[in-house]
Ligand binder design. Sequence first.
Ligand code: SF4
Ligand code: SF4
Length: 393
Amino acid sequence: MSNRREFLLKAAAGSSSVIAGLAASGLYPRRIFAEESSKFNRVAYRRLGSTDFKVSEVGFGCMNMRNPELVHAAIDSGINYLDTAWVYMKGRNEEIVGQVMKDRRKEVFLTTKAITKDAGKLRGQMDTSLKRLQTDQVDLMLFHVINSRNQVLNEDYIKVFEKAKSDGICRFVGISTHSNQAEVLDAMVESGFWDAVLVGYNYFSPKNVRPAIEKARKAGIATIGMKNLLNPATNPWQELDDIRTGENKQIKKTQALIKWVLDDPYVDTTVPGMTTFEHLADNVAIMGMPMTFGERRAMYRFGEDIKHHYCRGVAGCTGCMDKCPKGVQICELNRCLMYANGYGNPGLAWENYRELPESSRVNVCNDCDECIVKCVNGLDLTQNIKQAKELFA
Ligand code: SF4
Ligand code: SF4
């Protein structure tokens, strides 16, 4: 599929059999609302936290998307949650989304993110985002890449987001967190201020992340899962086949990974990145479909293959936090490497690397031949630091 028309024709042709299968099996978990979208009946929706919105359980992570027709097709298919950020593609990503929003703003729940940790510059980023998105209000404004209790509770930051809300440039405010998730989520509940969280959450998340998400959701915070797709931080990377074995011939690795996250009833939606019409068709197809036993078994096998290549920092692992004697947060470096190697997007890697504090830059590592920090999950961190030096030094 290379264009919107082809996608719509194929999706329309396939929709009736899926609907019949769902109706017969009575598969909807308790918080899913099956509703007709404008053109299809196959999209499932969940309530977004304590808002009145019902959003498609798979949203659209726009980060690497360059084709506005793909956004049109996603909205046509019933997807109504869009995620972008001030920092993506140096602003170009918001502009592409804006090309669609100028006509279809009311059809979606629109989220963007401000990233600077300089409270005085936050509002400027927000205003720029609105202009690029061709709207005077987004639904959700997230504070991007927050990884500590202190940042969540910081009064200077809260004041800026409170003002953004009272000025009407956003309806809700929230946080995105790529590391130390349990601490961040607990602090959000404690603060009582934030409405939503975009949280790194996947098959490899540490055990404390799932209950922290449940606690946050029960406190009324909208929960949006990201980093579902296990992108590795480092090369060499052995490309693994889709997990289509035995009874799972129809399921792809990416579909199973998203289904694993959606299996958690305390997750309201997810935002996997989509850059092709195939991605869109794959993601539309899994909504409302719980995981099978066979898919779980295949996930386990895939996990065994990848476990020493994938940094779980973006899923909530804190195993190497504060372990470097010089103060480097290796999971943050790994996250930047993941954008370069896993996403194939060196520009995004650089944009995120530039936001790291000086204490976590690779030049701090110049005197180390070997990294003395040990990864609790068996990653070769000397190798990671070497690659980070090649890319960022
Ligand atoms: S490098 Fe290892 S210990 Fe550190 S966050 Fe990644 S998986 Fe966890
Ligand atoms: S290479 Fe040295 S400075 Fe860099 S993270 Fe490892 S121990 Fe810290």
